[in-house]
Design a protein around this ligand. Structure first.
Ligand code: NAG
Length: 242
């Protein structure tokens, strides 16, 4: 994350030079959005250079809403936007501090929201920062995946392991039976520790104000960071939720 902060700093100074070094996504490639969340206990335990905010509750935290293409990769940096005006950020401060707080020490909420909007949010075509932040707040509040796992019997434990299928089933009770999602794990030997998840959504209605959306099945994607839990052995009970 220090690197990220540094890149953001550089980007502010010489935005054009840094920008051209990034991949530039195109709106036409966007097929869905990904609601990306981080399981704080495992994510924080395995951070290398940075530290998490102390005493975080054991739950998922929203990472962001990302645009994705037909192969499941994110589509980023579709246009260059100036920083979100401070007045806009302040309007969201009270709401988003609950639904979307930063979990890395030293990362301010405004910087997190601004970074996610300028990298990912700009690929939600024609959406302003206000549209994006409203949508993020709505999706986070209405989709408490921590609670969903709990109510479906997937609980934090240092002794009980779960199969990828069991975790998926719990989440599918909300998004739809058989729908694919991304589950990211920290692998330790033959064990996997759940670290992140993403579920895929699609806007049904293009009016930005109503924010009407539905869940869709995520495109198939093998990714060492975002979709590696269980290493493909879906029915083996080898995932810990710590
Ligand atoms: C979601 O549910 C969990 C468990 O019931 C709760 O601790 C948490 O505060 C809720 N809200 C968010 C944003 O995760």
């Amino acid at each position: 994350m220090k690197t990220l902060v540094y890149v953001l700093f550089l980007a502010a100074l010489v935005s054009n030079i840094v920008y051209t070094a990034q991949s530039i996504g195109e709106y036409k490639d966007v097929t869905h959005y990904q609601y990306a969340i981080t399981w704080a206990p495992t994510y924080c335990k395995y951070l290398i250079e940075d530290h998490c905010v102390p005493n975080l509750p054991d739950r998922f935290f929203m990472h962001g809403i990302w645009a994705g293409d037909a192969s499941g990769r994110t589509v980023d940096n579709c246009r260059v936007e100036p920083p979100i005006p401070i007045g806009v950020l302040k309007k969201f401060e009270a709401r988003l501090s609950k639904s979307w707080p930063p979990i890395i020490q030293g990362m301010t909420a405004f910087r997190l929201w601004g970074h996610e909007y300028r990298k990912h949010g700009v690929c939600l075509k024609d959406w302003t920062a206000t549209n994006y932040l409203n949508f993020a707040d709505r999706v986070s509040l209405n989709n408490n995946i921590t609670k969903l796992l709990e109510t479906n019997g997937i609980k934090i434990s240092s002794t009980v392991k779960y199969s990828r299928g069991a975790i998926e089933k719990a989440i599918q009770t909300k998004i739809g039976a058989g729908f694919s999602m991304y589950l990211g794990c920290q692998q330790v030997g033959t064990l996997y520790y759940l670290k992140s998840a993403a579920i895929c959504i699609k806007k049904i209605d293009d009016t930005k104000i109503l924010n009407v959306y539905e869940f869709v099945s995520c495109p198939q994607r093998i990714d060492p960071n975002y979709n590696n839990c269980g290493g493909g052995k879906t029915e083996e009970e080898n995932i810990f939720l710590l």
